[in-house]
Design a protein around this ligand. Structure first.
Ligand SMILES: [Zn+2]
Length: 133
């Protein structure tokens, strides 16, 4: 008799595991690089202030204010890009990457390859870019 019982036990699915959205590794890599590039660009504009490195207690505060200063040093354009890159990286974690924020349709792969941090599909972006009269 060929009545082999399949003893396939369901693997523990109760454990909540964050699985990154499949097929996004290349985009994630590109996004992380973009983010690093923006930070490097901004930090490159500054001359490092080494005189303040021996202040122990104020170290944490200094780090925070540096981050705040960093945001001020960014141009609007760079800040927008950085925002979009961060948002895209979050979307990879939540599985919403590649989805238009306006119409929730899939953004074309070709567009994502060119702009991995694109928040909108090409149709919605065109509408957003159109100057209002
Ligand atoms: Zn759209």
């Amino acid at each position: 008799m060929a009545t082999k019982k399949k003893a396939v036990k369901a693997k523990a699915t109760t454990k909540v595991k964050i699985v990154k959205q499949a097929g996004t590794q290349a985009y994630e890599k590109a996004l992380l690089k973009m983010r690093a590039d923006i930070y490097r660009l901004v930090q490159g504009n500054k001359s490092p202030d080494l005189s303040a490195t021996d202040v122990g207690d104020e170290a944490d505060q200094a780090t925070q204010s540096t981050e705040r200063e960093l945001m001020f040093e960014l141009s609007d354009n760079e800040r927008n890009t950085l925002d979009a890159v961060e948002a895209a990286l979050r979307k990879i974690d939540t599985g919403a990457f590649g989805q238009c924020e306006t119409c929730h349709k899939k953004i074309a792969a070709l567009r994502l390859k060119a702009i991995p941090h694109a928040r909108h599909c090409i149709d919605c972006q065109a509408k957003l870019d159109r100057p209002r009269r």
